[in-house]
Write a protein that binds this ligand. Sequence first.
Ligand SMILES: C[S@@+](CC[C@H](N)C(=O)[O-])C[C@H]1O[C@@H](n2cnc3c(N)ncnc32)[C@H](O)[C@@H]1O
Length: 350
Amino acid sequence: MLYSIIVSAGLENIAREELSARFADTGHLKILERKPQRILFQYAGNPRELLSLRTAEHLFLILKRIPKMTRSRSSLAVLSGSLKRLSFKEGFECCRQVGINVRKRMPFRVTSRLSGKRNFRRLDLQRVIERALSERGWYLASTKAALDVWAEVHGDDGYISIKLSSNDMAQRPYKQAHIPASLKPTLAYSMVRLSKPHPDDVFLDAMCGAGTILLERALMGRYRYLIGGDVSTEALDATVTNFGRKHQPRQFFHWDARTLPLQPNTVDKIVCNLPFGETIRNIPQLTNLYRHCLKEYARVLKPRGRMVLLTSQRTLLDDELEQLRFLSVRQRLTVDVRGKQAWIYVIHFA
Ligand SMILES: C[S@@+](CC[C@H](N)C(=O)[O-])C[C@H]1O[C@@H](n2cnc3c(N)ncnc32)[C@H](O)[C@@H]1O
């Protein structure tokens, strides 16, 4: 069966790696294409397993892909016409496997997405798919139980898919307490992945907020020790709530990350979402924070350690790294954070 996962902009390669790492050995996976915010693949196993992907925002079963969509309205007819003779048997079996209740007269609703210049509107796309499925005996409904059909046209590609994931695929049950500017779990997971987790890791997030990065690390596999800290007691309370009693050994500190109460060369991995300047708007203050934190991170990091930092203040971070010649940026990824451009830096000792 053909599937796609939707990921945040900039995380496509990490999502592809996760798919391969988790499912290539099963012999059931064949990755077909990497598109902006989307990975297309075939999977012969149970789709329920795919719901555990941690980079993905959504999982879709693709019923039909039309690879040559043009601007013209006639390509709409091609897309809807392709549903006329389509067998839903295997697709329905996939739906059952993820717990969707399938019926002969299937209640459904259509969500449409369109990008690029077209001679038709998003609503035209939606209507033709609604009509085509109604002609197959399905009926339009807005109930919770209705099948979520997505009709999308992006570039040359048209897709008609069924959304298999619930809206909270990308949410995590641990996230009970929130703070403003808390990181998306999918992005936190991707940063942790870039740190190349190892069972012996002493892992630090010195500005842990609600603890998303630390929790994603805890859930990713064995570690030696987790250390988190924050200058805000509200943030620390949120971390403690989100951890509950699970994931030992770990320790949380109320601290200023500019002076860490940690011995030199004791931490293997530092993964941190640096303040973007939304709360600290004062540039000299933000510069001071970045400067002193970087020095502290470099002091506590072991010589073969790794830092993975997220910031929207690229110039500021670049300027500060310029002063610390013993650090070297191995990778820099452009990502989208709440609609704002940001960068993930992977840093080693030079
Ligand atoms: C962008 S948020 C991190 C969000 C976190 N990754 C999450 O998912 O919840 C930045 C955090 O840095 C903390 N912070 C700001 N300045 C700090 C400092 N000097 N020392 C320690 N923490 C600081 C803030 O209180 C805030 O919780």
